[in-house]
Ligand binder design. Sequence first.
Ligand SMILES: N[C@@H](CCC(=O)N[C@@H](CS)C(=O)NCC(=O)O)C(=O)O
Length: 242
Amino acid sequence: MKLYYADILPQSRYNHKKVHLILPFQQLLFNTFLIRTALMTIRNLNIEVELIHVNFSRGENKNEEFLKLNPAGQVPVLVEDDGFILTESRAIIAYLVASRDENSSLYPLNDPIKRALIDERLHFDATTVFHSHVQILHPMIANSDPKIPEEKKKILRNVLSVLNGFLDNKNWFTGESPTIADFSILSNLIVILCAGIRIESYKNLSVWFSRCKGLTGFEENYKGGRMVMELLKKKNLPPISL
Ligand SMILES: N[C@@H](CCC(=O)N[C@@H](CS)C(=O)NCC(=O)O)C(=O)O
């Protein structure tokens, strides 16, 4: 199995020696956390993967060979040894669990309701959590402008409240054990935290985040998120306050 990915820091992460890539700022925030979610799932399933670096700055994600794998020209792309190709990070993590450990509580195949709740959270993450921070960070970094319109802050505060509510009386987003929904939301939340946003007032979310520190692959994921902090500093932008 191979995983096509892109990285953005000059030094290698994920033990891949060939990673020497700095992407334009506009791409940066969209880039890494989807890969981190796929990797966290891979680490938790303890499966082997060959990481294949795609160099965006050389247009490798738009060349003919890559577009055969993903016509959208995006990573991550998963390629199985038998030629099966899969794109979309959340589809990839669900497939990884289903194909490698059908009894895993990370995405229980034999429990349609639990699985549906995990899918519900994954869709909320993809459609709502993702945009709530990208719509703030992307223009801020691209324009080196610290001003954030109040309505954008309100959207993000609301998303954090909703996430906090999802965790009422629960240790994890869909119950008493972590699932791929937690992995996916965690990668987004790491971006939010590394941008300087405080979540202490969202009690459930804050406690959940501390709990996540015990997950396999947490450190690697968090390390990837710190580039947001580095970027804000590099551009002389203050930490975001909501
Ligand atoms: N919905 C897709 C989004 C994939 C995506 O945005 N990938 C970024 C990097 S993480 C990318 O390849 N960007 C390059 C481009 O869009 O040209 C997913 O969840 O996998």
